[in-house]
Design a protein around this ligand. Structure first.
Ligand SMILES: Cc1cc2nc3c(=O)[nH]c(=O)nc-3n(C[C@H](O)[C@H](O)[C@H](O)COP(=O)(O)OP(=O)(O)OC[C@H]3O[C@@H](n4cnc5c(N)ncnc54)[C@H](O)[C@@H]3O)c2cc1C
Length: 637
């Protein structure tokens, strides 16, 4: 396998423009002759399908929900970054680029991140033109707030519902194309395999989730926009349906998996409340604009928050990181929360929580102002915990939130399989070892509206492969494999539910491959996961049949993939013996407990190649070259 990142030559700021000029264009009259399969219709897939339809391509778009409007992107709360510098507070394309590279702990490609920063400004214009109701200042300009890892205010938002509003914008654009006949939507349809013919992705195999029908779809190119895999941990802030199946099956067909162990643990989530909980809830990072994080100075302090006087509180983020304070990046804030809880200073049941306190902001600005900014988040918190955050501090704890790892792609967003493109959270590309807040929406929309529509044209126009159809032996073979796997799952009729396996896998990963990772722990996980997988294939109980709506069957397929993928994650985490961003190896830390990188040995993207059942994956390395920023120990002090 060859990893060619295809980064264009020339000065950083000119690469994308020059590349756009050098790429071949498809004659407008010829675009309708090309067909593209888009798997996923969240922000990345929805925007890409709409943009490709508008250009005139023939697009088939798939999602497993009943409508694109229910993609997990709808859950995004806090905002989307863009280097507009409306605040006149020192922002620029360069600063956004630098913050993102540094925020990712110098494990992302310079060229991709610079392009992302450049495009960020176009995204806002596009969304405003669509009618996305971003918050505005009194004078009419779009409002901004701050997110972690930045000292400027560059985050555009629509209350705590930014993802929903952006998704509605993309959805309208998509539906317009559906009405125009350029995009055909396939809701409630799950992709279960990618079909590769003569080294090129030429289609997919799907299952209709209502009727159970297995079908082949053929195209000239395939795009995966299938989101992240944080749910491998069972408990996460992701929507319950998020999974790794599309990416993992593409990996098994030859697409390299980039940095699979890079997981983001978000510092501000509602703590776990019991063994049978199935979901965790995020409290947006935007809350740290006004909320102050603290714990009691004394260990095991059981007093209520209001009874702890000011001088007995430790505002540990403000103390440790005076320049960024409560808005230090997520990996750093999460580790700091773990540290104070490990010291016995955590609050709430089990001592696994810290306070996020709005009393100062309420006293300064008034309750109405805080309600204006975060009303729906406060309401959500109160509904879940029955505590009123206007009166008592929120209690929060870190939780799995986002996956920086994903399928490896080159600068054109193409994987190691020709014609298979990957966009949005499903690819590994722009966030390095830690994603800054409000950068995922930016990346998904940059990929979908502005990058892929150019690069896929260049691929298609150079395509000299002949037409294939669904009777091709590769399609027949893939369909057969999908059918066999489905029937095998249904035939086991064991004693344990799919969820019980998933929960056990999640606990195991959280313990050994979560916020702190050690060589011994990862080796333990690598022993336990295959045993759990074997038990799954012996003892899982999947009721019902394959010819009907069967959610247990859907979950079983996804959990089976998680059970294989988890091993890849742990192998990646084990081989990377440095710490970087959210990947914290306890063996590699600075004297004050921060992540200690080893640039000599690990300044590369780890891209793993599938080598077959029961054979270890093969590691390929894409070296990362920093020509424009200086590598340094990250500091937010
Ligand atoms: C609670 C929460 C809040 C967040 N807030 C923010 C924020 O404020 N700002 C920010 O920048 N980021 C935020 N994020 C991150 C951001 O929301 C996601 O990274 C982003 O929305 C992912 O978009 P996507 O289009 O790549 O994937 P998704 O929105 O997850 O869409 C995936 C699509 O793929 C489809 N799909 C998946 N697998 C298959 C399959 N096998 N077959 C068919 N279809 C399939 C799904 O149906 C869906 O349409 C937040 C994340 C969470 C969990």
């Amino acid at each position: 396998m060859e990893l060619n990142s295809k980064i264009p030559s020339g000065p950083l700021a000119e690469k994308w423009d020059r590349h756009r000029f050098e790429m071949k264009l498809v004659n407008p009259a010829n675009k309708r002759k090309y067909s593209v399969i888009m798997v996923g219709s969240g922000l990345a897939g929805g925007s890409a399908a709409a943009a490709l339809g508008e250009l005139g391509y023939n697009v088939k778009c798939f999602c497993f929900q009943d409508t694109p409007r229910r993609a997990h992107s709808i859950a995004a709360q806090g905002g989307i970054n863009a280097a507009k510098n409306y605040q006149n507070d020192g922002d620029s394309v360069w600063r956004l680029f630098y913050d993102t590279i540094k925020g990712g702990d110098f494990r992302a490609r310079e060229a991709n991140v610079y392009r992302l920063s450049q495009i960020s400004v176009n995204i806002i214009d596009q969304c405003v033109a669509q009618g996305v109701p971003f918050a505005r200042e009194y004078g009419g300009l779009l409002a901004n707030r701050s997110f972690g890892g930045a000292q400027v205010s560059r985050t555009f938002y629509a209350r705590g519902q930014t993802g929903q509003q952006l998704l509605l914008g993309a959805y309208q654009a998509l539906e317009r194309q559906v009405a125009a006949g350029t995009v055909r939507m396939f809701p409630r349809t799950e992709m279960l395999d990618v079909v590769v013919v003569d080294g090129r992705a030429r289609g997919i195999i799907t299952r209709d989730l209502v009727t159970g029908r297995i079908e082949s779809h053929v195209a000239d190119a395939v795009v995966l926009a299938t989101g992240g895999y944080g749910n491998v941990f069972y408990l996460s802030t992701n929507a319950k349906g998020c999974n790794v199946t599309a990416s993992y099956r593409a990996y098994k067909r030859g697409a390299a998996f980039g940095n699979p162990c890079f997981t983001q643990i978000h510092p501000t989530c509602i703590p776990v409340s019991g063994d049978y909980q199935s979901k965790l809830t995020l409290m947006s990072e935007s809350l740290r604009n006004d909320g102050r994080v603290w714990v009691p100075k004394k260990k095991n302090d059981a007093r209520a928050a209001r009874d702890i006087p000011e001088d007995e509180r430790d505002y540990y983020l403000e103390r440790k990181y005076p320049s960024f304070g409560n808005l230090c990046p997520r990996d750093i804030a999460s580790r700091a929360a773990k540290e104070v809880c490990d010291e016995g200073r955590g609050v709430g049941p089990g001592g696994l929580g810290v306070y996020l306190d709005f009393s100062d902001a309420i006293n300064r600005l008034g309750e109405h102002k805080i309600a204006e900014r975060y009303g729906n988040l406060f309401q959500m918190y109160q509904r879940i915990t029955d505590d009123d955050p206007y009166k008592v501090p929120m209690r929060i704890f870190p939780a799995v939130h986002y996956t920086m790892g994903g399928l490896w792609v080159d600068y054109n967003l193409m994987s190691t399989v020709d014609g298979l493109h990957v966009i949005g959270e499903a690819n590994f590309s722009d966030h390095g070892a830690n994603r800054l807040g409000a950068s995922a929406l930016m990346q998904g929309l940059a990929d979908g509206y502005f990058v892929l529509p150019y690069t896929i044209g260049d691929y298609l126009v150079k395509l000299d492969a002949g037409k294939v159809d669904a009777d091709h032996p590769a399609f027949r073979a893939a369909e057969h494999e999908v059918n066999t796997r489905t029937r095998t799952l249904l035939a086991i009729r064991g004693k344990r539910t799919v969820d019980s396996f998933h929960r056990e896998l999640g606990k195991l990963l959280w313990e050994y491959c979560g916020m702190a990772r050690s060589e011994a722990g990862l080796r333990t996980a690598l022993q336990k996961i295959p045993a759990l997988r074997e038990e799954f294939w012996q003892d899982v109980n999947v009721p019902g049949s394959d010819a009907e709506l069967n959610q247990a069957l859907e979950k079983a397929g996804r959990v089976a993939d998680f059970l294989e993928f988890a091993e890849l994650m742990c192998a990646d985490a084990l081989h990377r013996s440095e710490s970087c961003g959210g990947h914290f190896r306890v063996e590699s830390q600075t004297p004050d407990g921060e992540a200690l990188r080893d640039d000599e040995q690990f300044s590369y993207v780890a891209a793993w190649e599938y080598a077959g059942v029961d054979r270890p994956p093969v590691l390929h390395k894409e070296p990362l070259h920093y020509e424009n920023v200086k590598l340094s120990q990250r500091s937010y002090k």
